[in-house]
Ligand binder design. Structure first.
Ligand code: SF4
Ligand code: SF4
Length: 209
């Protein structure tokens, strides 16, 4: 290919690319603008539920949480954002038990990877979609997630199952007994014997013949 044809081929390719880019620019110039005026629109602002803004530990009305202080979230956090301090107590039954003392989360170093939430076996932590987390002091980003005086929510023990009653034994009807033979009166008995002997005599005669 000559250098002249190469020159014109490159020229037309450049013009085509320029027109493609300009078409996008002109199209965006006339589309509806979606720029949000924050913070003026704070009252109507809708943040996606899936947005990860801050790790929290939900507590119920009894100030109880679900964290067993197992430390799995701390182990799975890739950058040491979570620090758990636990303590051992003695239960009413005299057994030793590890419970959560302090749960620290550093929002300043969190990468919002969600690994801690995904690996927690007790669903004790979750991400809120709050986003206004700016502070003037970096130390304020290190937060204690368990509330003052909170404790582990005890699982309800399953109620014992009622013992199933044994089904009543099936009453089998008594086998029908044969009616007892009626006693033979002595007079009839004698007639029967006579009849039997007569029959045998007749049969003897028949045999002889
Ligand atoms: S989201 Fe990721 S970085 Fe943040 S605390 Fe959880 S595991 Fe650590
Ligand atoms: S938040 Fe979950 S994973 Fe972390 S210590 Fe508590 S129970 Fe274990």
């Amino acid at each position: 290919m000559s250098s002249v044809s190469q020159y014109f081929k490159g020229l037309f390719q450049g013009i085509g690319a320029l027109l493609t880019g300009m078409s996008v620019t002109w199209k965006e110039l006339f589309t509806k603008k979606i720029t949000q005026q924050y913070p003026e629109n704070r009252a109507t602002l809708v943040i996606s539920d899936r947005f990860r803004g801050e790790l929290v530990m939900p507590h119920d009305l009894n100030n109880e949480h679900a964290c067993t202080s197992c430390g799995i979230c701390q182990m799975n956090c890739p950058n040491g954002t979570i620090v758990i301090k636990s303590k051992t107590i003695e239960t009413e039954e005299g057994k030793k038990k590890k419970i959560l003392d302090e749960y620290y989360y550093n929002l300043g170093s969190c990468t919002f990877c969600n690994l801690c939430v995904l690996t927690c076996p007790s669903d004790a932590i979750k991400f809120e979609n709050t986003f206004e987390s700016s502070v003037f002091t970096r130390g304020k980003l290190n937060m204690k997630l368990n509330h003052l005086g909170s404790k582990l929510r005890e699982k309800k023990k399953p109620e014992p199952k009622p013992v199933a009653e044994k089904p009543a034994a099936v009453q089998t009807p008594p086998a029908e007994s044969k009616p007892a033979a009626a006693p033979v009166e002595p007079e009839k008995k004698e007639n029967i014997i006579n009849q039997e002997s007569a029959d045998s005599a007749t049969s003897d005669n028949v045999t002889k013949e």
